[in-house]
Design a protein around this ligand. Structure first.
Ligand code: SF4
Length: 640
């Protein structure tokens, strides 16, 4: 078949990496075929082998890695047999690649336009002024504002998101037949993400480009992919058309991942997190690799490795439930029930979802009438713009302008908007991180005390009452301190009257509350996974028994299964401790799941706020509508 003949194939591919603790079998016999004009999505948690697959296809494995078996073919061409010089021409030529980290891919001492022009001249017939005009066109297509001017900027003048877009422009400008994109839009705002994804889809239509899309965002997959392969522990465990994968996910891991996603239809109920973590790939597996985490595991799963079997036309699954004699009828029924439970909810008014959602959540049942814990009134935050040798102040950048909102007792207000809109600045201003750096006007009343006017003892008390949890738990935890010392630090500074015994008792109770073992207190941050580190950060924030917690994108660096654990934990703690929460995020699924009220920010101002059901279900402002429309959704697959 012509499509297959032109496809990018991996056959029985195996990759090994040397590590301190042995040989990591990162990819263990995968088969893929990405046809021209189609999007093939590779999904799964971090550590499952998705990115390593991309690197292997391009022969870009790290120095400690090697392909030990299998083939990679581009049409009839054996890519593993090509000399490196020929392979270099394939990379960036017939096969383009976009990786998540743009900083390492752009040359810092070369203007961005020259880098795009270089790609155009290397791979198309355009030269000189024509190539430059084309570069401007590409920069515009990827959403760089004022491309005629920005084309002469050096990379350091661009934001992270803009660098990512320049890199995408450079890659697409070479007009590749295939594109391997590893989390291409993860660092971008949702409206820019929508623009880039639309551009990729358009190029596919126009040029029949084949796309291998690696992402953890199942909403993006649902909206973009024709075919899906789910990886677990170095193997493909389910492969199907996107439509079948989302309509009837068969593998227990696929079902669990989809159930772990937050969203409106799951409000008021705990998310179903997947226990445990992806296993180390240094071990030899006797049975199913997912067995320790599988809710449907049977006794023989631990010692019988499942094969990848076709269970329906074009739908393959690696699970003993589907092997002859492997599944008892009850298991099949359970699998079918789970499949229907995770099928996307039909589109409809938000209020309808909320009504179905649920048995009562006591916090939500209290209603919006609860008295405000925090009242922010006319908040303005301005940063001085300094220029010249003497760094004289030349003006003020108004990051937050006339913002007013309230957070009720025991309630969650989600502050949403794109990066740079001022949401994080509000969080930092409230926890007093901007004192001395920014001009802050307006009032923030915490139970009647104006946070910005407090001094001395009163300020100390207010600092205890508001704590913040950041996105990157690793960056916010000092790597040289034991967890006990990290948690105790705040207590020593802000609750100096507690004696050592009382401090230890409080910290031990906290580790229980956030679901860590007590011996975690004696260990260092690097010994924990991302999700565990975020639990430590949450424990540190709660050590001072705050009234209000500001969560600044606390789950955006985490896999969906870990995100589910953290969101469940935050909900439980909120219920137990009657905490109020200001939740800063760009993830609308998380907002739908967790927020009582929503405030939408754009360019430093609030454009809309109100009850979550109302703002998300019947947005009044154009910008809110644009933001919501740009969110990739699973319903897209079902509808499509
Ligand atoms: Fe679960 Fe057994 Fe299937 Fe593995 S083989 S996914 S343990 S049911």
């Amino acid at each position: 078949m012509t499509g297959q003949a032109q496809a990018l194939h991996a056959d029985a591919l195996r990759v090994e990496l040397d590590a301190d603790d042995g040989v990591v079998r990162a990819i263990d016999g995968i088969e893929l075929a990405i046809a021209r004009g189609r999007t093939f999505a590779l999904v799964g948690e971090s550590g499952c082998g998705k990115s390593m697959t991309a690197l292997a296809l391009l022969r870009l494995l790290p120095d400690n890695g090697r392909i030990t078996a299998g083939e990679v073919r581009l049409g009839a061409q054996d890519l593993l047999a090509l000399p490196e010089a020929a392979m270099r021409a394939v990379r960036g030529g017939r096969i383009g690649m976009i990786f998540q980290e743009p900083a390492t891919s752009l040359n810092p001492v070369m203007r961005v336009g020259d880098q795009v022009v270089e790609a155009i001249e290397a791979h198309t017939v355009l030269r000189g002024a024509a190539a430059r005009a084309k570069a401007v066109e590409w920069l515009a297509r990827v959403g760089i504002p004022e491309p005629e001017r920005r084309i002469d900027d050096y990379p350091f003048r661009l934001s992270g998101g803009q660098k990512q877009r320049v890199m995408i422009a450079m890659t697409l400008a070479a007009e590749p037949d295939f594109l391997i994109a590893d989390e291409p839009t993860t660092a971008l705002d949702v409206t820019i993400q929508a623009q880039i994804l639309e551009l990729l889809a358009q190029l596919q239509r126009e040029r029949r480009m084949g796309l291998l899309l690696i992402t953890h965002d199942l909403g993006v997959v649902a909206g973009m992919a024709d075919d899906v392969a789910l990886m677990y522990a170095g193997q493909v465990v389910e492969a199907a058309s996107a439509r079948d994968f989302f309509a009837v996910p068969r593998h227990p891991y696929a079902q669990a991942l989809l159930r772990a996603l937050p969203g409106q239809q799951r409000r008021g109920r705990p998310l179903e997190a997947i226990a445990g973590t992806v296993p180390a790939l240094t071990q030899a597996f006797a049975g199913c690799r997912f067995e320790p985490r599988c809710a449907a595991a049977m006794p023989h799963c631990a010692h019988q490795p499942p094969r990848l079997l076709q269970v329906a036309p074009g739908h393959e699954v690696r699970c003993l439930l589907y092997e002859a004699g492997g599944a008892r009828p009850a298991h099949r029924a359970a699998a079918a029930a789970v499949a229907s439970a995770v099928a996307p909810a039909p589109p409809g008014p938000a209020a309808a979802h909320a009504d179905q959602a649920a048995p009562a959540d006591p916090l939500r049942a209290e209603g919006a009438a609860a008295a405000a814990l925090l009242q922010v009134q006319g908040l303005r935050v301005g940063f001085p713009i300094r220029r010249g040798l003497l760094q004289r102040t030349r003006g003020v950048f108004q990051a937050v302008d006339s913002v007013s909102f309230e957070v009720g007792r025991g309630r969650t207000l989600a502050l949403v908007g794109e990066s740079g809109c001022g949401k994080t600045t509000i969080g930092k201003a409230l926890v007093q991180l901007l004192r001395g750096q920014a001009r802050i006007e307006g009032r923030a009343l915490l139970e009647g005390r104006d946070l910005f006017a407090l001094q001395g003892e009163e300020l100390l008390a207010a600092r205890r009452d508001i704590q913040i949890i950041f996105q990157d738990p690793f960056a916010s935890l000092n790597p040289r301190m034991r967890v006990y010392d990290l948690l105790e630090e705040g207590l020593l500074a802000l609750a100096p009257t507690l004696d050592a015994g009382a401090r230890r008792t409080r910290l031990e109770r906290l580790t229980d509350q956030v679901g860590l073992r007590r011996d975690a207190l004696e260990r260092f941050p690097h010994e924990f996974s991302g999700g565990q580190r975020q639990r430590i950060a949450i424990a540190r924030a709660l050590a001072l028994q705050p009234r209000l917690v500001i969560c600044d994108e606390p789950t955006s660096a985490l896999d969906v299964s870990v995100q589910a654990q953290i969101l469940n934990l935050l909900r439980e703690l909120q219920r137990e401790l009657s905490l109020s929460c200001l939740f800063i995020t760009h993830n609308i699924g998380v907002v739908e799941y967790i927020a009582d009220e929503v405030a939408v920010m754009r360019a430093g101002r609030l454009v809309e706020q109100g009850a979550a059901d109302q703002v998300l279900g019947s947005p009044a402002h154009d910008y809110t509508r644009t933001l919501l429309a740009a969110v990739p959704r699973l319903t897209g697959a079902a509808a499509g």
